[in-house]
Design a protein around this ligand. Structure first.
Ligand SMILES: C[S@@+](CC[C@H](N)C(=O)[O-])C[C@H]1O[C@@H](n2cnc3c(N)ncnc32)[C@H](O)[C@@H]1O
Length: 306
């Protein structure tokens, strides 16, 4: 009895060598790990969805729980039909963040890096619900050449290269997707490579989503967007896993020279915000030019001179 308590029933000990032989094989081990990560991620996504539905994101715009439910259905439909670089959980997070922009903040939402328009479908729907414009910015010809640089994910241990033209989504295709799955009427298109096209941006920016893969593209987006961002605005990026891109957000010399301020840092550097137990590619920074103690919390383990 005591033995069985520690080792389990006999059938299990007989099967253990078989399990080790099968599950230990490199290909199978990879599949098992991937499936375990997928199952684990389901709970995390469920938590995110519950927070989104039960929270009050968008209430200041008159958005109801039923509206948020419909938005989730629309996101699912988009992802079932449009090739996307961003998963469901990221769409929910971005929708929640854009709905949480204070209703009295004046300005547009901007997406740089659109591909087939999947994330733009979600953001444009939220813009439609909140009366904002979405600036949809892309070459619509894919990535520019980045000189064959090596890209690595330190946390994911993934490596590879980008090629000019990767992630191309023709403007007509993006428009068709936005018409069918998003809200085309809430969008303004800014077409061309960022180093020239983003000069067309005008007005204030209350929310940014920059998903552009390359360090040089990120720098071009920041140069154009940051001065237009209102105080407190969030800028999300789905490039959190690539430290070459993330390091731009910590490069004080670059920020002082280009934008006359200190580097803001980036939340989620290297492994992303906790949208799954393993990894996500989404992170953010925030434009805060001054510290206002009223906006922050005090904690027992820090000292306050007053
Ligand atoms: C990974 S895809 C975006 C994926 C999209 N956000 C989604 O969720 O499906 C990267 C996009 O960035 C665009 N891009 C990157 N660098 C660019 C640049 N310098 N100028 C214009 N577009 C650029 C590419 O054309 C491509 O559409």
């Amino acid at each position: 009895m005591a033995d069985e308590k520690h080792t389990g029933p006999l059938w299990r000990s007989l099967l253990r060598p078989v399990y080790r032989a099968v599950a230990g094989a490199p290909g199978v081990r990879h599949l098992v790990a991937r499936e375990a990560a997928r199952l684990g991620a389901r709970d995390w996504t469920a938590h995110l969805v519950a927070r989104f539905l039960e929270g009050d994101a968008g209430a200041a715009y008159g958005v109801t729980r039923r509206d948020r439910e419909r938005l989730l259905e629309a996101i699912q439909e988009t992802l079932a039909n449009v090739q996307s670089g961003t998963p469901f959980a990221v769409h929910v997070l971005l929708a929640e963040a854009l709905l949480s922009v204070p209703a009295d903040a004046q300005g547009d939402a901007v997406e740089c890096g659109v591909w087939k328009g999947a994330s733009a479908c979600t953001l444009s729907r939220v813009c439609g619900m909140t009366g904002r414009r979405l600036k949809v910015c892309d070459s619509f010809e894919g990535l520019p050449d980045d000189g064959g640089k090596l890209h690595t994910g330190l946390h994911t241990q993934v490596y590879g290269y980008y090629e000019a033209g990767m992630f191309a989504g023709a403007r007509a295709e993006v428009e068709a997707n936005l018409r069918q799955y998003g809200e085309l009427g809430a969008c303004d298109f800014i077409e061309g490579y960022f180093n020239e096209s983003l000069a067309q941006l005008d007005g204030a920016v209350v929310f940014g989503f920059v998903d552009v893969d390359l360090e040089s593209s990120m720098q071009e987006c920041l140069r154009a967007l940051w001065p237009r961002m209102v105080e407190g605005a969030y800028l999300y990026s789905d490039d959190a896993g690539d430290l070459a891109v993330v390091k731009v957000f910590f490069d004080d010399a670059w920020w002082r020279e280009q934008l006359a301020c200190d580097a803001p840092g980036f939340v989620g550097s290297g492994c992303g915000l906790p949208l799954s137990p393993m990894y996500s590619a989404i992170g953010y920074t925030r434009k805060l030019t001054a510290f206002r103690a009223d906006d922050w919390k005090r904690v027992p383990f820090l000292h306050y001179p007053d």
